[in-house]
Design a protein around this ligand. Structure first.
Ligand SMILES: [Zn+2]
Length: 65
């Protein structure tokens, strides 16, 4: 199971990981789901930044393989 910061993984299928942006400060969860190719073991997928509109915190989105 992959881990993540700035995001939560909602589902994994064979090659893809489905994730939502999450604020690391207040826990706000974005409503839209993103789909990315799962990073390999030991790899990190960076997917930019999430700017929380509730608390204005900026979280870097990283998904760990
Ligand atoms: Zn926030």
């Amino acid at each position: 199971m992959a881990g993540a910061t700035g995001a939560v993984i909602v589902r994994e299928d064979g090659r893809n990981v489905h994730w939502k942006k999450k604020c690391e400060n207040c826990g706000y969860l974005d409503s839209s789901t993103n789909i990315s190719t799962k990073p390999g073991p030991g790899s990190i997928l960076t997917a930019g930044y999430f700017h929380c509109f509730k608390c204005k915190h900026q979280s870097e989105v990283r998904i760990y393989g």
